[in-house]
Ligand binder design. Structure first.
Ligand code: ATR
Length: 288
């Protein structure tokens, strides 16, 4: 779409959105949404909104009162947003966190969580033959990011999820909250044994991220057909993915999850379901 506004100035009816977090300077969301706004020639703006946790509630209400269409919410405010919303989507309630808030015309705050959607859409785009119901999944990690992955996999008919976390209690708590007998908690040290017969492996820990230790796991028991994916995307090729690729497993990196999770918010606020393309991936990763 060609814009008749080459200077991309805002108008009096621009749609406004942004990402709230503390800190928020690391967030790639303004670049991502900004790319789509320019690509589709939309009269809108998506801005970083650094908000200290103690000001979160007041800031959220202020943004609504300022006429914003909605906001994304990032760490550490994803859980804080839950009680502030007047309505929660089923998936937000089950995941226990909100990453997308839409301000309805009547002033109500509608909370959603699109992380699981992003996780699934990334795999569907990058591995179109994926069949989530075809076999057990192994999920590593029981931190903030794992719940969206668990709920998404369960909803797609995954027959069994083997969940391993360094701190076993945390995995047990997550399993008890989601309450689905298909989640089997296993001990972290025996996670390599749980790879036998798996069709999907997902790392949701912070291991492998820049500045963090590597995720060291012996993949020798994993079927070569199993898809291996990582929600870490910095670096794009984590050690887990390098190791999996070297032994012939299909792999999908974690960047697409970030890009796809942004689509529902963009669609609601700006009216277009935007496309995730290689050009977008390159743009989001480029430093300038
Ligand atoms: P987030 O909310 O961003 O996911 P988090 O809740 O701290 O962050 O979760 C980090 C995940 O990485 C957890 O599963 C954590 O395991 P613990 O629950 O035992 O802390 C996992 N993790 C971090 N460092 C780890 C390490 N050195 N070995 C194994 N797991 C690790």
């Amino acid at each position: 779409m060609t814009s008749r506004n080459p200077y991309r100035t805002l108008s009096g009816t621009s749609r406004l959105a942004g990402v709230m977090g503390w800190p928020v300077s690391h967030s790639k969301s303004p670049r991502l949404h900004g790319y789509w706004l320019a690509k589709y020639g939309i009269d809108g703006c998506y801005m970083p909104l650094p908000v200290e946790p103690e000001n979160f509630q007041a800031a959220l209400i202020s943004l609504r009162n300022l006429g914003f269409s909605g906001v994304n919410v990032t760490i550490p405010q994803k859980e804080m947003a839950m009680p502030e919303c007047d309505e929660l989507s089923d998936r937000a309630r089950r995941i226990g966190a909100v990453n997308t808030v839409t301000f309805a015309k009547d002033g109500r705050l509608l909370g959603d969580n699109t992380d699981g959607f992003g996780f699934l859409e990334n795999l569907r785009q990058e591995a179109p033959d994926i069949a989530f119901a075809s076999g057990p999944a192994v999920v590593l990690g029981a931190g903030g990011a794992c719940r969206a992955v668990l709920v998404a996999l369960l909803d797609e008919g995954c027959p069994e999820i083997r969940l391993a976390n360094r701190t076993r209690k945390r995995a047990e708590d997550v399993a008890a909250e989601i309450k689905d007998p298909r989640i089997k908690v296993i001990d972290w040290p025996v996670a390599p044994d749980a790879l036998a017969g798996a069709s999907l492996v997902v790392n949701t820990t912070s291991l492998g991220m820049v500045g963090q230790p590597k995720l060291e796991i012996d993949l020798s028991g994993l079927p070569q057909t199993a898809l291996v994916t990582d929600i870490v995307y910095a670096p794009l090729m984590t050690d887990l993915l390098v190791q999996a690729k070297a032994r012939g497993n299909p792999i999908v990196d974690g960047l697409g999850m970030l890009l796809h999770q942004a689509r529902p918010g963009f669609h609601r606020w700006f009216g277009i379901d935007p496309e995730v393309t290689q050009e977008l991936r390159d743009f989001v990763l480029s430093p300038d």
